[in-house]
Design a binder for this molecule. Structure first.
Ligand SMILES: C[S@@+](CC[C@H](N)C(=O)[O-])C[C@H]1O[C@@H](n2cnc3c(N)ncnc32)[C@H](O)[C@@H]1O
Length: 382
């Protein structure tokens, strides 16, 4: 059937209407007219491109030969500046549809972005035991071998390391991890013939951070400092503040913020991350932050009320119990950072019901060429 792509929605699918039903088609661009092959039923119905009849003016030639086969990218075929608008559109729509919130138009969302290539500092490579080293196909466990020049999303030092060892190493079925930092150092785990690194090290502003080789750190080498700058700007730290940093990881927000305020309390479920956070605070000479190992979604107990709260949860977002507890503390600001617009919209929708509203919002494109969206926002009581 012949259809026209109206827009891109959550997950990176192009959306079209047909006979009153919704069709979702991967790897399409708004404005494309295509002939599509569609699943028999479903609403939405999933379809695939059979032929591009009239390409969108925003369509570009993908630079990666593996695009559409490899599961890593969704948007190699879209002009990058337009991709940013697409992402803003998804954020606005998710807030409306899942949170019942109208934040206005795309101009009302601040935007931070850098290059769209070679940004990833942490990569889990997959191996099939038959010579392929790369990434899984979309919704499959089949391995797609990395292209000749390396992966376009991956830091060049990681590409160099992997391309160098491709011929000499006997990879069993499974995988290995390679990470890099802005100094060009490479860290690895699970590469046959190489010693595993236990930690990797990053720097930001004037701070040094130790992270477990499998531990969480912001993955965009070009943007993580700007990300932190924006988070701190939204906190507006003052000398007397007591800030609670929930989902604090290795203290990437906690430690720099402590420099501006009276006290910061970091709360984190992962014991190894807490250990590294304590180590990081000590190494950086910061003594006014405390770290607690706690599942904040089950609630947290504080003797003293924090006047500002930062939330940077994983994709699942936060629990209703946590939202209630935050609201009861009546903080001046809640800085909510999210890497998933659907759970973000759900949670913010609930915060609105308790009388809060978005005061400032930024889309920071930490994951170019993929459909993942990172939001930094500040909520206040009306
Ligand atoms: C997106 S990361 C953010 C970490 C940190 N803010 C940073 O920028 O490096 C989310 C963190 O939340 C932690 N986490 C996940 N579920 C949690 C929970 N229920 N309670 C506390 N921490 C949790 C994860 O272990 C992870 O360190």
């Amino acid at each position: 059937m012949r259809i026209k792509i109206e827009k891109i929605v959550h997950g990176g699918y192009g959306l079209a209407y047909h006979d009153g039903g919704v069709l979702l088609i991967p790897f399409t661009v708004p404005g494309d007219t295509i002939d599509a092959v569609c699943a028999e039923r479903g609403n939405p119905r999933f379809c695939w491109i059979k032929k591009i009849v009239e390409p969108s003016k925003y369509r570009i030639e993908p630079k990666c030969p593996n695009f559409t086969v490899c599961g890593g990218c969704d948007f190699q075929n879209i002009d990058y500046i337009y991709e940013l608008e697409v992402k803003k559109g998804i954020l606005i729509e998710d807030l409306k549809r899942l949170g019942g919130i109208d934040i206005g138009c795309i101009e009302d969302i601040d935007l931070i972005y850098a290059g769209d290539q070679f940004y990833r500092n942490n990569v889990q490579f997959k191996t099939d035991g038959e010579g392929k080293v790369g990434f899984f196909m979309k919704k499959s466990t089949q391995v797609v071998h990395i292209p000749e020049g390396g992966c376009l999303l991956v830091d060049e030092k990681i590409n160099e390391f992997v391309l160098d060892i491709l011929d000499g190493v006997d990879f069993k079925r499974g995988g290995f991890r390679v990470r890099s930092n802005r100094k060009g150092e490479v860290f690895k785990k699970g590469v046959p013939g190489f010693r595993d690194d236990r930690y990797c090290y990053y720097d930001c502003r004037d701070f040094d951070f130790r992270v477990d080789i499998d531990g969480f750190f912001q993955i965009n080498n070009f943007l993580y400092e700007k990300w932190l700058d924006r988070v701190i700007e939204y906190i507006e730290p003052c000398e007397d503040d007591f800030v609670a940093d929930l989902f604090s990881g290795i203290g990437f927000i906690t430690i720099p913020v402590a420099n501006y305020v009276r006290k910061v309390l970091g709360m984190e479920i992962n014991g190894t991350a807490v250990k590294n956070a304590l180590y990081n605070a000590q190494v950086n000479g910061v003594d006014n932050c405390i770290f607690k190992r706690v599942d904040v979604n089950r609630g947290f107990y504080v003797k003293e009320k924090p006047n500002k709260i930062v939330l940077d949860p994983p994709r699942a977002g936060i629990s209703e119990q946590l939202i209630k507890e935050i609201v009861e503390l009546e903080p001046e600001y809640v800085v909510y950072v999210s890497c998933d617009t659907s759970t973000y919209a759900r949670d913010v929708g609930i915060l609105y019901k308790y009388g809060m509203k978005i005061d400032k919002i930024t889309l920071i494109d930490m994951f170019p060429r993929t459909s993942h969206i990172e939001v930094i926002s500040r909520l206040v009581f009306i």
